[in-house]
Design a protein. Structure first.
Length: 66
C-alpha cells in the first residue's frame, strides 16, 4: 500500500509494513535537507503525525522571524 499525502506545501507517501505492523510516511519539502519520517499504528495516526510535524516546523519558523 502506498498512499500520497499532502499538507500545506509538503508531500509524503504513507506505506505499510506487514513485517512490523507499522505505517510510516516520509515528509518531503522540509527545508534544510532533513529526512524526516513519522510512524503510527494506523493510517490516520500517521496523517495526524505528518500534519503535526509540519505545523510544529511552521511555528518554529514563524517564531524565528519575530
Amino acid at each position: 500500500m502506498h498512499n500520497l499525502i499532502h499538507y500545506k506545501e509538503h508531500y509524503g507517501r504513507i506505506s505499510y509494513s506487514s513485517n512490523d505492523n507499522n505505517f510510516t510516511s516520509s515528509v518531503k519539502g522540509v527545508k534544510a535537507g532533513k529526512n524526516v519520517s513519522v510512524k503510527g499504528s494506523s493510517e490516520e495516526e500517521v496523517k495526524k503525525a505528518f500534519k503535526d510535524y509540519i505545523d510544529e516546523m511552521s511555528n518554529k519558523s514563524n517564531t524565528k522571524k519575530l
